[in-house]
Design a protein around this ligand. Structure first.
Ligand code: DGP
Length: 127
């Protein structure tokens, strides 16, 4: 059962209001809040409100309305946090970790929006 969803994962509890978070944006199908362990000056997590574990699960099972809402929420967070690339620099990185190889800690789909500094090359790889 690759997509078994744990209803007690931390982000499910944030969605139910059982754990607090610093909210950035809420839409009909998505929520954005600050990462508790920021890796950059701007580090926001965007999650769908529905019970999806990974990006592939979400795109296979969510409605078009949820997918559009989620994609737009991510774009809005980038713009709201002043990360859209422009003459003054800017720019951001989106990361969605999944499963063991992706080292996914929280088993509810989330996209990390990172920015506010030069983020370095994507990944070290020794080949
Ligand atoms: P990942 O490895 O992609 O599953 O990252 C999970 C992220 O979730 C990690 O950067 C820390 C963040 N996180 C974990 N617990 C909490 C929490 O209770 N609140 C918030 N805001 N972020 C959390």
């Amino acid at each position: 059962m690759p997509y078994a969803y744990d209803r007690d994962n931390i982000f499910a509890r944030i969605l139910r209001g059982e754990i607090s978070c610093t909210r950035i944006l809420e839409t009909e199908h998505s929520l954005a809040f600050r990462d508790i362990r920021p890796q950059a000056p701007e580090h926001v997590l965007v999650i769908p409100k529905g019970p999806y574990v990974t990006f592939d699960h979400f795109t296979a099972a969510a409605s078009d309305a949820e997918i559009a809402d989620f994609a737009r929420a991510i774009g809005r967070v980038c713009a709201m946090q002043g990360l859209a690339p422009g003459a003054a620099g800017g720019g951001y990185r989106l990361i969605a970790n999944a499963g063991e190889a992706g080292i996914q800690e929280v088993q509810h789909l989330h996209v990390h929006v990172l920015g506010g500094r030069v983020l370095g090359r994507m990944l070290p790889y020794a080949g």
